[in-house]
Every structure is written in C-alpha cells, then in structure tokens.
Design a protein around this ligand. Structure first.
Ligand code: PGA
Length: 256
C-alpha cells in the first residue's frame, strides 16, 4: 500500500513571538510551497497558531498544535482544549516524550489515550509520539515497550479513526542529541513493534494504512536514508526545522 509521506516541523518552545516566527517563515515559505510529494505540517507554539492559520491558508502547508487537553473546557489552568484548536489547525502532537512521565509534564499512557480520543472527536489528526529511552534500548526492551505504548494509546479507539492517526517513533535518546537511530533500526521497530501492535489490535489493513514517522536528530544529511526505508513514512523534525535548511530537508523527503 502506498502511504503518502508526511514531514512535521515541531518548533517546540521556539519562535513563539509573532515577529520572529514571521521572519523565519518568510525564509522558508516559497521553498516549502514548491514541494510536492510530501505532506508538510508546521507545529509552532500556541502563541502564534492563529497568525499561522492565516499565513498557511494560501499554501500547501498544514498547521498543527503541540499539545491538547482531553477536556473541552474547565478548571485546567494553562491548558488548551481540542475545541479551542478545532477550526484553527488540522493536526496536534500528542505524547511527546518531553511531556510524558519522563518529561516535564508527567503525562501517563492513560492521559495520552484520553487526549488521542478527544482530539479525534473534535476532528484533529493526532501525531502520536512514542519511543524507548536509552536504558530500555540497551536492555533490549524496545519492542515490548513501544508495542505497549501503541496498545495503551489506542485503547477503545475505533479502527476507522485509528487509521487516520499519524504515529512518530522517536527514541528518546535520539531526540536533540545528534545521535539518530540507524535507518535500519527505525525501520525494524516501526514494522515490528508499531505496525505489529496495530495489526494485533485492528488487523493488517489498518496497520498498513497508518502513517508512521521517524523522529530524533533528523537532518538534511540523513533524511534520504530514512525515507528510503519501506516502513518509514516521513519524519518529525525538531532542531533542524528551525533552520532555513529545513527547505532542503523537505525537498529530499519529497524526492524519494
Ligand atoms: P530533534 O527533535 O529533531 O531536535 O531531535 C525531534 C522531536 O523532538 O520531535
């Protein structure tokens, strides 16, 4: 099955001031807009989401948020609900390791499952992040851990909705370190653990429909090797998405 590749720029807590975000976007806009053959998504900080909804409207680039709560409204200081995002952006990153129990926000698998279901209910496409840490990797626990994260995230999610989700396999030890996983290892974990778990839950058809990205120190230099892997349907890019060379990275992602 041919899955259309998708490249997502995760700006994290950078370029959140309207003037700096606009100045950077001007550098990459025309280059990105010419690229065909790969879906492009920019996930800027919440402070500039509305501005980017307008900026991206006439382009072929889609917009994503970096997080959403599971509740529609209420006493959750500082949180953003999926209702607030619906109509502003199309995608939402969920379960990034920087927000999971290991990160600064202590998000559990259960919380991520609730967020995934809420996002889908409100018409947002989740970009679900998962991946093992260094100790788990060294102890040979990667496959069990990653397939467990898939099962937990998709608990009580129906097949047609699951098929529309994006998953980003991001080994924690590869994020922001300059030490990416090898393309062959990423391909193996995505095929065996991510699609394998999806196939157990939903059957092979759905497992083959879900687009699964690799993330963790992706650069213009290594993107082609990841895109050449049959199980890898694109990348979630952090640091390298904050540089004008992101256009070249996207060109190479589309070329495959
Ligand atoms: P990185 O981040 O590309 O800077 O490693 C990836 C991510 O955290 O999504």
């Amino acid at each position: 099955m041919a899955r259309r590749p998708i490249l997502v720029a995760n700006w994290k807590m950078n370029l959140g001031r309207s003037d700096e975000a606009l100045a950077f976007f001007r550098k990459i806009r025309s280059g990105l807009n010419e690229i065909k053959g790969v879906d492009l998504v920019i996930c800027p900080p919440t402070t500039v989401l509305h501005q980017f909804a307008e900026l991206l409207a006439p382009t072929r680039i889609a917009l994503g948020a970096q997080n959403a709560h599971w509740e529609e409204q209420g006493a959750h200081t500082g949180e953003i609900s999926p209702v607030m995002l619906a109509g502003v952006c199309q995608y939402v990153i969920l379960g990034h390791s920087e927000r999971r129990a290991t990160g600064s926000n202590q998000e559990t698998d259960e919380a991520i499952n609730r967020k995934l279901k809420a996002a889908l209910t409100h018409g947002l496409t989740p970009i679900l992040c998962l991946g093992e840490n260094l100790e788990q990797n060294r102890a040979g626990q990667t496959d069990a851990f990653v397939s467990g994260q898939v099962r937990a995230a998709f608990q009580d999610v129906e097949a047609s909705l699951a098929a529309s989700c994006i998953i980003a396999y991001e080994p924690i030890w590869a994020i922001g370190t300059g030490e990416s996983a090898s393309p062959a290892d990423a391909n193996r974990v995505i095929g065996l653990s991510v699609r394998g778990a999806l196939a157990e839950i939903y059957g092979e058809d759905v497992a083959q429909q879900v687009r699964v990205q690799y993330g963790g120190s992706v650069t213009p230099e290594n993107i082609s090797a990841f895109m050449a892997m049959p199980e890898v349907d694109g990348a979630l890019v952090g640091g390298a998405s904050l540089k004008p060379q992101f256009v070249e990275l996207a060109r190479r992602a589309a070329a495959d």
